[in-house]
Design a binder for this molecule. Structure first.
Ligand code: SF4
Ligand code: SF4
Length: 456
């Protein structure tokens, strides 16, 4: 891992041979990164040590400051939008740690959000990458399509073929990104193939709130128990829960990867669905989705039919932990085991940096009798999941996953609490790689066990 700060250099050999009079391929006129936001960067470099891609790759061009330089250079026509520059935007995890760190308030989140759609519109990736990305964007946001694929995947896991493929070890050499996708696949439970939750679950006792629940398209497949636990926790705490069956994907994956049109379409669909549900709050238990849902005002800005409705929708969106910490738990909690239970809470980037939520999950977990919370070092550093980053950039993600799991294990905690499906998959994968079997549970699962008086 790189710790020292490399000198600033954009003298990439691929730029140095350019004819200065030639027009370089660049950003189009449709909302390029805003020069005013770029100029807010005073190049102090405080953000570098908190940037996970810089910590692993160690190059200025793979740091927030380097990327801001690159955006500026492309805006000014001094550098091309080409493979030599796009690779440095692609290496960004979008974790937003730099936004938290920056003392000058540079809105890197807005800058990278403007850059990614520009890349999608104006740069042609290699054919294998285009195919892989098309596969991801045509599958992951659609649970019904994913379920069709999961059936043969389930067979692949159970038949022993998975073991054979992994033992041969040739897939990583042939297709590293496909190998990463294969390696990350968690075991599928029977609930993965069908949504089992009803459309309406009444509060236990007098209802205090009527809330809508977003199931998450990846979560309902890879960890559906979290949604079931969330419903039990909410109803036990006086919430009528509405789960519209028509709900789709929130668009987080598409938004983070610059698939603007798809993200907008999915956002409109989500707004339509929850407007009809007539709820006080729309709740989400996955942090990546929560951050995107809160961005709908920005994603649909300028949309004559949906702009205002998106703003109104955003006012109702809350992470489930944020909501419960605010309204308070009203039902008794029981110890999860006879002895004190040591827990480490893992901050997901889009919760910590994106939504500024860090105290609320800890406050809730501390209310469980006998729980002792531990803190890992580098708690604010990304685990390498970052949506589909661990598929698209497997090498950097691998190192970040290894570091994160090592730091979590070093706390000595007997349970890891994680409130994001992507982190859950990444951490579970790296625990397995390190031969450890520490349970990774969502805080809603821990609260659910505590309310029901059952052990973890
Ligand atoms: S983004 Fe902020 S912290 Fe990073 S170099 Fe620019 S001003 Fe400094
Ligand atoms: S979003 Fe994360 S990976 Fe990207 S520049 Fe900022 S700190 Fe680095």
């Amino acid at each position: 891992m790189q710790t020292s700060e490399p000198s600033i250099s954009l003298s990439n050999p691929s730029f140095s041979n350019l004819d200065p009079t030639a027009d370089l391929p660049g950003f189009d006129a449709q909302e390029p990164p805003d020069p005013k936001l770029i100029d807010a960067c005073v190049h102090c470099g405080f953000c570098l040590s908190t940037c996970p891609s810089y910590r692993v790759i160690g190059k200025e061009t793979d740091s927030p400051r380097g990327r801001i330089y690159l955006m500026d250079a492309i805006n000014e026509g001094d550098a091309p939008l080409a493979a030599s520059t796009v690779q440095h935007f692609d290496s960004c995890l979008g974790c937003l740690a730099c936004v938290t760190t920056c003392p000058s308030g540079v809105q890197y989140d807005k800058l990278i959000a403007a850059t990614r759609p520009q890349i999608e519109r104006n740069f042609e990736r290699s054919l294998p990458l285009r195919l892989l990305r098309r596969l991801i964007f045509s599958l992951f946001p659609y649970p019904s399509r994913m379920r069709l694929l999961m059936r043969p995947v389930g067979l692949y896991q159970k038949s022993g073929l998975q073991k054979l493929v992994r033992s041969l070890g040739i897939l990583p050499q042939l297709a590293p990104q496909l190998a990463a996708m294969e390696a990350l696949l968690p075991p599928l439970s029977p609930q993965a193939f069908q949504d089992r939750l009803p459309e309406f679950v009444p509060a236990q006792g007098k209802a205090r709130y009527r809330v809508g629940l977003i199931l998450g398209c990846v979560q309902r497949l890879f960890n559906p128990e979290v949604n079931e636990a969330t419903v039990r926790v909410l109803t036990a705490n006086g919430c009528d829960v509405v789960i519209p069956p028509a709900q789709g994907c929130c668009g987080a994956l598409s938004h983070h990867q610059g698939q603007e049109q798809q993200a907008q379409d999915l956002a409109r669909q989500m707004i339509d669905t929850f407007e009809q549900a007539k709820v006080d709050f729309v709740l989400i238990n996955a942090s990546g989705c929560g951050h995107t849902l809160k961005e709908y005002g920005h994603i649909l800005k300028g949309d004559a039919a949906y702009g205002d409705r998106a703003q109104a929708f955003v006012q109702t969106v809350k992470d489930v932990q944020e909501f419960l910490a605010e309204v308070g738990l009203t039902t008794p909690l029981h110890p999860l085991q006879d002895d004190p239970l040591t827990l480490v809470y893992q901050d997901a980037c889009h919760m910590l940096h994106g939504q500024k939520i860090s105290l609320q999950p800890r406050q809730l977990l501390r209310q469980i009798p006998g729980v002792q919370l531990r803190e890992p070092i580098d708690a604010a550093l990304c685990c390498g999941s970052a949506g589909v980053y661990n598929i698209l950039q497997p090498e950097v993600a691998e190192e970040l996953g290894r570091q994160k799991v090592t730091n979590l294990l070093n706390t000595g905690a007997s349970v890891i609490a994680s409130a994001n499906i992507g982190c859950f998959v990444q951490i579970s994968h790296h625990l397995e790689r390190q031969g450890k079997s520490v349970p990774v549970l969502h805080p809603m699962q821990l609260l659910d066990c505590s309310i029901r008086g059952v052990g973890v």
